[in-house]
Design a protein around this ligand. Structure first.
Ligand SMILES: Cc1ncc(C[n+]2csc(CCOP(=O)(O)OP(=O)(O)O)c2C)c(N)n1
Length: 310
């Protein structure tokens, strides 16, 4: 049951529930991404439970705020939040990534009401978001557009073409959140040590957005009260688009997944799943019953491997 105005404690519990759904769903599907969805949980929870002007029972409401998950590989995190927010039954999460499911491994807006864009090819979600925000200005509509990108995704040239256009048209109805978990699928390799390096050094990411004429805000992406505060602040700023750089941890919430790029897309073993659920356990019972049996996976003989998924 969702309170009219859930408090931060409620939202932290929701975030834990979202993380449980992520690891359960990926384990159940035998494939999917884990690290990126886990780093985005507080941001998605803050958006859907406090910040966005939405009507879950009326997903096509024309005046709704728009949200685009440009880092579409993190779809399972988005689906879990949408389910807990009431867009569709949480039991449907058990169909994640099945061939005939509405919950594809990457978001498909033609299948699931409530998605404002289909994504998965990194960089393109922001281009779409710029178009949506520009359309709102031209149509004199007052909804806001929020787009989440990854820090690795900011390697894509189209991100910067879009950033340029947004600044040119003074799209102050557009807010980008960078889920800056400092890891990507594999990342840059330090030739000396062989260790994976973050996609951007130090303040580089902030300085790049600022150089493109954006207002830049920064936040601890796992402090839900701060995330709500900075998103409200970003929405109120005028004259230029705003980017919120959220410092996050890839795999956040499960100790052995945190800051380990190999969990970008990996399926937990049964023992790892149990250990993850122990770490994510709540003082109160979980949001729903254990997953029902796997649906019939029509036309799929074996789980898709990380290499096939990309
Ligand atoms: C255009 C494009 N290139 C490559 C990929 C494969 N891919 C999926 S996720 C990913 C890494 C993304 O890193 P980041 O944006 O930092 O995401 P996060 O760490 O939050 O998962 C890559 C290279 C893709 N989906 N689209």
């Amino acid at each position: 049951m969702i309170k009219a105005e859930p408090d931060v404690g409620d939202l932290e519990a929701t975030a834990r529930a979202v993380r449980r759904e992520i690891v359960l769903s990926v384990a159940h599907a035998g494939g999917g991404h884990v690290g990126g969805p886990m780093s985005a949980v507080e941001i998605l929870t803050a958006l859907y439970f406090r910040v966005l002007r939405i009507r879950p029972a009326e997903p096509g409401w024309p005046d709704r705020d728009r949200f685009i998950l440009s880092k579409g590989h993190s779809a399972i995190g988005w689906y879990a939040v949408l389910a807990l927010r009431g867009y569709f039954p949480a039991a449907e999460l058990s169909t994640f990534d099945a061939i005939d499911s509405r919950l594809q491994g990457h978001p498909d807006m033609t299948l699931l009401p409530g998605l404002d864009m289909s994504t998965g090819s990194l960089g393109l979600g922001l281009a779409a978001g710029v178009g949506v925000a520009l359309g709102a200005k031209l149509g004199r509509q007052d909804f806001r557009t929020f787009v989440m990108v990854g820090d690795g995704e900011c390697n894509e040239g189209v991100v910067w073409e879009s950033a340029h256009v947004a600044e040119r048209y003074e799209l102050d109805n557009l807010v980008v959140v960078v889920d800056s978990n400092q890891l990507q699928q594999f990342g840059w390799r330090d030739p000396g040590t062989g260790r994976r390096l973050p996609p951007y050094r130090g303040s580089q990411l902030r300085d790049r957005w600022a150089a493109f004429g954006w207002r830049v805000l920064e936040v601890d992406g796992h402090d839900i009260a701060s995330v709500i505060g900075v998103l409200d602040q970003a929405s109120a700023m005028q004259g230029a688009p705003v980017v919120v750089i959220a410092e996050t941890v890839k795999g956040k919430g499960v100790s052995f997944m945190e800051n380990d790029y190999s969990w970008h897309s990996r399926v937990p073993t049964p023992d790892e799943l149990r250990a993850a659920l122990d770490e994510l356990a709540d003082p109160v019972p979980p949001a729903r019953d254990p997953l029902p049996p796997a649906p019939e996976l029509v036309g799929r003989v074996a789980p898709v491997t990380a290499d096939e998924r990309g």
